[in-house]
Design a protein around this ligand. Structure first.
Ligand code: ZN
Length: 406
């Protein structure tokens, strides 16, 4: 069976840019490797969530890996928390958060506690706290970030964010979002935990040291994105593919972990425009020795689109293409290149414009498309399809799709 390298350039799709003579950043970029894959492959356009729907990155990725977001997306918390290596059990409620700083009146002075670099000591002081039969698992994330899991009977994710998302205002206890006993119990337990956490954190010697040094103490946990976890079958369980994930950004590692992929750490994978794309692609080729399906995520096309930096986005796409030269000559490998959504520079945000898709490798019906771009792919042999229809087409090319009927 062929193996798969599945490349997602975040926010790849775009709209015509006047300064580029009405070409998109992808159309403007010089991409000889992707063009060659397109010329010898099959292309199409994908509406990740369906026409007219604008996806967030988390939901978009679930869809393109074949997981219906209506069933498998319950909030960002469980995805981020899995990315931190925290196992989840059915019935858990997971949240993501920041260690921040509040003053004596509970006003948020700094949402990131001076961008504190390492929160392990703060997290371990709270980890294992039990309130009202709920155990709180607290683990450090990168820099000021943390993951929180509430574990116990009768929990609900129908609670509001305990994070006002801005500084200079009072902290906000979580509220139940419906009248159920579960939502009220969860909001109450979390509220009590956050108060207790504040008092525990305030008393830590490490925070007293920070204050003596004039640094803001990490004395409050701001949590958001509650999601209820119930068992998510892995890609291996659903498709029989041993899957790996190579990503720099925490959310994307989280998506990989959430779907049961092995996380491969690549030094230099930063999720920024300076990321070492070549190292990521080399790691992907190496991973094919132990895995059937390797997801490689590159982030910066999206961030540059949100900055309105069309030149930077086009240049970054060229860098990704250059690195893709190490993928040439992999005869038994399906190479798939796409985006999770469009992030048009002119809008500086996600849009519902469809994204180009190219598939190169054994079994594809080569079409007439000779370059990789939004308009070229619109004429490709895959046609126009939705995100949930992508993985079934990959499985078909691998020869493992199930026969329906007799
Ligand atoms: Zn995205």
């Amino acid at each position: 069976m062929a193996k798969v390298i599945f490349i997602v350039m975040d926010g790849l799709g775009d709209r015509p840019v006047r300064e580029f003579g009405e070409k998109t950043p992808l159309e403007k970029a010089n991409t000889p490797n992707f063009d060659r894959f397109a010329a010898n492959g099959v292309c199409g356009l994908m509406y990740t969530l369906g026409r007219g729907r604008t996806p967030g990155s988390d939901i978009a990725h679930l869809a393109i890996f074949g997981y219906d977001p209506a069933k498998y997306y319950t909030g960002r918390g469980p995805i981020e928390v899995r990315g931190l290596g925290i196992p989840l059990l059915t019935g858990d409620v997971a949240l993501r958060g920041n260690f921040g700083t509040v003053d004596r009146c509970g006003i948020i002075i700094d949402r990131r506690a001076g961008r504190v670099r390492d929160v392990s000591e703060f997290a371990s002081a709270l980890d294992g706290t039990i309130i009202d039969g709920v155990t709180f698992v607290v683990k450090p994330g990168t820099a000021h970030r943390a993951g929180v899991v509430m574990r116990g009977p009768g929990l609900s994710a129908r609670i509001s964010d305990a994070d006002p998302h801005v500084g200079g205002v009072a902290v906000r206890p979580p509220e139940p979002l419906d009248a159920s006993a579960e939502a009220r119990h969860t909001a109450k337990a979390l509220s009590e935990f956050l108060e207790r956490a504040h008092s525990v954190l305030s008393g830590l010697p490490i925070n007293q040291n920070r204050e003596q040094q004039g640094l803001p103490p990490a004395n409050y946990l701001l949590v958001r994105g509650a999601g209820y976890y119930s068992n998510v079958p892995s890609i291996y369980e659903r498709c029989g593919l041993r899957a790996a994930c190579i990503a720099g950004g925490g959310l994307y590692k989280g998506i990989g972990a959430y779907l049961g992929m092995d996380l491969i750490v690549v030094p230099g994978a930063t999720a920024l425009p300076d990321t070492d794309v070549l190292a990521k692609f080399r790691a992907a080729v190496l991973a094919l020795e132990t895995h059937d399906f390797v997801f490689v995520h590159v982030k910066a096309a999206d961030s540059l689109g949100e900055d309105g930096n069309f030149q930077g986005k086009s240049d970054f796409i060229e860098r990704v293409d250059e690195a893709a030269s190490v993928l040439a000559g992999l005869d038994d490998v399906l190479i798939l290149v796409t985006g999770d959504h469009s992030t048009p520079c002119v809008l500086r945000k996600h849009s519902s414009d469809p994204v180009p898709v190219l598939v190169h490798g054994p079994g594809v019906r080569v079409d007439a498309v000779t370059s990789f771009g939004e308009r070229a792919c619109a004429l490709g042999g895959l046609g126009h399809f939705s995100g949930l229809e992508l993985m079934p087409q990959v499985l078909n090319l691998l020869g493992t799709s199930h026969l329906e009927g007799a």
